[in-house]
Write a protein that binds this ligand. Sequence first.
Ligand code: HEM
Length: 477
Amino acid sequence: YQTYVKLKAIPTVGPSGFISSWIGAFRFLFHGREIIQEGYSKYRGSAFKVPLVDRWMVIVSGDQHIDDMRKALPDHLSFLDEIENTLQTTYTLGSSLHSDPYHIDVVRSALTRNIAACFPVVRDEIEASFKDEIPEAEDWKKVPAYSSILQIVCRTTNRLFVGLPLCRNPEYRALNIEHTIQVVTSAQAINAFPEFLKPLVANFFTPISRSMRKAEKHLGPIIRDRLEKENEYGRDWPGKPNDLLSWLIEVAYGGERRTVRDLTNRVLALNFAAIHTTSMGFINALYCLAAHPECARPLREEIEAVIKTDGWTKQAMGKMRKLDSFLQEAQRIYGVGALGMGRTVRKDFSFSDGTVVPAGAHVSVAAFATHIDADNYEDPYEFKPWRFSEMREQEGESIRHQMVTPRLDYILFGVGRTACPGRFFAVNELKTLLSHVLLNYDVKMEKPGQVPPPGWFGSAQLPNTKAKVMFRKRKFS
Ligand code: HEM
């Protein structure tokens, strides 16, 4: 309530009374996108606020405000505090992730540096997992795409994270896929209670101890073996796998970092960051391809021409501008929720237009509204697959409009110092996955020409989980 009093100067969209704001918060669960769109239309370029079930959310938009957020220091606007607040990480993911987030640097440095070196194994896992999940058939076959893609992405990502054979273990995969869902739902349950009850309530809802027990069963022996080998033969022991677990161990010099428990926790947490995000990104692109099968030909031509000169490499993926544009356009429309770049305000923060957001408040960007703003994108509701590759042609060799480049009008990965450190790997993985589909299958939607409608809950946009995609062995050129 104290924070609300300080926020009085910022206009509210929807009811603002003490009781009526609860009704507004309930309405937000089912009409979040429309409420934020209403605020965006009225206050684009300035700030407004909406009541959520557990907090007031200040929402900003427009280049200037987003740039202010990009430049803000973490001790003013904190991403980690916001994650702690929304996901209740201390209870749901483990407290050391917040107090010592070194795994983020490992993603930013070692993992990103190794994308080229690890490209062949990731591609190998893509081929193997498609063979298992979606065997090539002469006739059209209906595939429950969402669940198959989750399995494929989980396997592929974990080939890089922990290697063979664990990445293929069904129990290990199920654990990582379910853990994410449990973290999100239990955090929502914990957040429904007042602060002083949270530690008590967390005992009932927290999934971390069960997930950790299961994960330690799989990862414990591998971690112990690697730690022993490093102690015996030194840092670069012969046969040391080149994967995320090794890169984590390399900087886990001692103390709590160098324990089975903490290392297991980091692997679980990075699965949390990587699996559902990448799966949703890929399913969005797959639905767009299946709804626009006419895009297959130009994409195949590009992929085949580049592979001919560069082979299956990271460098080749970097040259595929149409593929990059197609993926980017799918995420522009279907890949972001109504809110993005959430931050908790640590010290009173002044935006450049003078708007002050007090310490303790929460700020987000109107992400979806930004992505479908006609001032940012012509015909914003239309799926234009070559939108971004055409922009890049106009600008010569510019890298500004490639998918990995965060921009004020494209905030899929956030912008600024906390922009997703896994995005270079994620985009490379998405390109390799979609290339594999294009070169080996024909795809179409069960209902031709239509991307299955996504679901919205609160501010989240979720791809349709029920739709079937038709697959058959590639026949068209
Ligand atoms: C298409 C897939 C992905 C999307 C859309 C995505 C999106 C995001 C977004 C929006 C953020 C927060 C940015 C902000 O608010 O400033 C983020 C943070 C993060 N992502 Fe990703 N991500 C994806 C894949 C991955 C992958 C594959 C990894 C790991 C290999 C990863 C690791 C992380 C980590 C560690 C953070 C926290 C960064 C920090 O605290 O500084 N992400 N991601």
